[in-house]
Design a protein. Structure first.
Length: 185
């Protein structure tokens, strides 16, 4: 999810990963659960975080860098604030508030498209953390929106699914045309 202006690189040891975009069919594939939190997974978390900060974005799901596993990284802090990265392994929303929040969402996999979406303003998420511990997070406001946006990615759901079929087809057609126009590398 996009919601910030460019910020400085995080750690130079991390590596930036290519982000897949519409109409890549992988974006529609449900991600598989992660069985073990190990150093390889933590490396992926770090690389995803750098990719997200550089994009810039406030959330990124592993499937967006071509890895269809249930992993999400997030950081909704502003540029002037200290960074607060969040890593969610196998996240599940276990509760949501009744109050709704409207937000114009962008997606790193659907460049230059923003869609107003209403979602619960507060969600409770159960997940495994970077150290393999089971945890719960109560997310509010922008973080709640971002968490829901990223968990949708793990289920192959995109922000264009909130549009009418007609409008969604227009967006998809535009990206298919662009993909055809771009020479293969
Ligand atoms: Zn997205």
């Amino acid at each position: 999810m996009i919601d910030r202006f460019p910020s400085l690189a995080y750690f130079s040891a991390m590596a930036k990963l290519p982000i897949i975009t519409l109409p890549d069919p992988l974006l529609r594939k449900p991600s598989a659960p992660i069985e073990r939190v190990d150093d390889d997974l933590r490396r992926l978390m770090d690389d995803m975080l750098e990719t997200m900060y550089a994009a810039p974005g406030v959330g990124l799901a592993a499937v967006q860098v071509g890895v269809p596993r249930r992993l999400v990284v997030l950081d909704v802090t502003g540029d002037e604030e200290e960074k607060q990265p969040i890593f969610l392994v196998n996240p599940v929303i276990v509760e949501h508030g009744s109050e709704m929040r409207l937000h114009e969402e962008g997606c790193l996999s659907i460049p230059d498209v923003r869609i107003e979406i209403e979602r619960p303003a507060q969600v409770t998420v159960r997940y495994i953390d970077r150290d393999g511990k089971a945890r719960e997070l109560v997310a509010r406001d922008l973080l709640a929106t971002a968490v829901q946006h990223e968990i949708d990615h793990l289920d192959g759901k995109l922000i264009i699914d909130f549009l009418s079929r007609l409008k969604r087809d227009i967006v998809v057609r535009k990206f298919k045309k662009q993909a055809k126009a771009e020479p293969a590398d």
